[in-house]
Design a protein around this ligand. Structure first.
Ligand SMILES: [Fe+2]
Ligand SMILES: [Fe+2]
Length: 435
């Protein structure tokens, strides 16, 4: 009996001891693993984050240098995207984002602009009853002639080449990522954001109505492309879903100075781009599509007027901070809103789409320089006076930039001309197109 108790006690003690040893071993393993991960993260950060030191010199007066670190990798492979067991993660991710760079005291400037915004911005919005709607340019589903109208649309679309469609699809996808752009504006500081989703500040009213006008662009192009039968809608829809899931990285830092310079540039870029797809549709004999692209371009022009007016006013109220912001955006380069696009297959989709757009003359590096030159003239940047030393340096930089961009572009073109590369585009059923 006593022996049994002793044996049992010994066994229990041995078990407890093994359990303690096991726990200790597990603890050591966990610590080791944590340390390993820390080191790995540090290594990856070192690979990714030097870019923050390489960022062009920032205007000290308008930024607080709060840096938000997103994760470490720029993009993950298609294989990983398709691994459905993993939790959802955006396929394209931005590594470093500077946030809230506008000093809080500047908020007053935007507050003081509210009456101005009411008189100068809201008056540029068209009443809904006077606006065109996508249905005005599409076959009427309720009409007996619907099938005939669709047939005609498809016959006209047959005359357009694949590369035209790839560019039109890219433009449509850019428009369809509208939730991202509304988010971008609604994350601006300075009282710009729509605090409630139905706020009655002039800034919030503008942003909602602007979004509502923009929403028609994606709708119209999407429906046209669907009816044309020329494109792979499933892959296009996947690209839209991926893109909205990824967001964008405009490098505007929640800063309305940077944000409104970005939107001024972008509205002009889309005006040019839709204007060129209209011109090409006309050249290919599709007058209806030319009209569709043209009517969208007209909206973009009106939006460009609104955003450039805001920046013009900022130049008037706060010229130094505004010229520093313009120089900052130009040093960082204006990234296109859909630069994170992905179709589940092509890791270089945006570059490939941009190459085709450049080749067929829808949006080119020359357009980029032209837009900057236009904005410099529009805001009378050369004539600004009373700037600080830093402001004057920013002024010189910005004014000298368009010819520099053109020279670089000409050199790049000279090099590219010899290389004839191609890429398959899922949007046109995987057909190879010249880049
Ligand atoms: Fe648009
Ligand atoms: Fe626009």
């Amino acid at each position: 009996m006593t022996l049994e108790i002793v044996t049992e006690t010994t066994t229990t003690t041995a078990r407890q001891l093994s359990l303690v040893i096991l726990c200790f071993f597990f603890f050591v393993c966990v610590c080791f693993e944590r340390e390993k991960r820390k080191k790995m993260a540090l290594k990856l950060n070192q690979i990714t984050f030097p870019s923050i030191h390489n960022l062009p010199s920032q205007p000290r007066s308008v930024r607080s240098h709060r840096v938000l670190m997103a994760s470490t990798l720029n993009s993950i492979s298609t294989k990983e995207v398709q691994n459905l067991k993993k939790p959802y993660f955006p396929p394209q991710e931005v590594p470093v984002q500077v946030t809230h760079s506008m000093p809080p005291q500047k908020k007053e400037i935007f507050k003081s602009m509210e009456n101005w915004a009411e008189d100068n911005l809201l008056t540029l919005l068209k009443p809904v009853e006077k606006c065109w709607q996508p249905q005005d340019f599409l076959p009427e589903p309720e009409s007996d002639g619907f099938y005939e109208q669709v047939k005609e649309l498809r016959e006209r679309a047959r005359e357009l080449p694949d590369d035209y469609f790839v560019v039109l699809v890219g433009d449509m996808i850019t428009e369809e990522a509208l939730p991202t752009y509304q988010t971008m504006i609604n994350t601006l500081d300075g009282g710009i954001r729509d605090e409630t989703g139905a706020s009655l500040t002039p800034w919030a009213i503008w942003t909602r109505a602007w979004t509502a006008e923009e929403n028609r662009h994606g709708d119209l192009l999407n429906k046209y492309l669907y009816l044309s039968g020329r494109v792979d809608m499933k892959h296009i829809e996947k690209t839209i879903q991926y893109l909205i899931g990824s967001g964008m990285d405009p490098k505007t830092e929640n800063n309305p100075y940077l944000g409104f310079i970005y939107t001024s540039f972008q509205e002009r870029a889309t005006f040019i781009s839709h204007g060129n797809t209209a011109r090409l549709a006309k050249e290919h004999g599709d007058m209806k599509l030319a009209q569709i692209c043209g009517i969208i371009a007209a909206d973009e022009k009106r939006h460009e007027t609104a955003y450039t007016k805001i920046v013009e006013k900022l130049f008037e109220i706060d010229p130094d901070a505004t010229i520093l912001a313009l120089a900052d955006m130009m040093r960082k380069k204006i990234s296109m809103p859909a630069h994170l696009m992905f179709d589940g297959q092509d890791d270089n989709l945006f570059e490939n789409y941009s190459a085709v757009a450049q080749r067929i003359g829808v949006y080119t590096a020359k357009d980029y320089a032209d837009i900057l030159e236009f904005l410099v003239g529009r805001w009378k940047v050369e004539k600004l006076t009373g700037l600080s030393g830093e402001g004057r340096r920013a002024q010189d930089f910005v004014c000298g930039l368009p010819p520099r961009i053109r020279r670089l572009e000409e050199r790049a073109q000279g090099r590219v001309k010899d290389a004839s590369s191609t890429a398959p585009f899922s949007w046109v059923f995987g057909r190879e197109l010249k880049l």
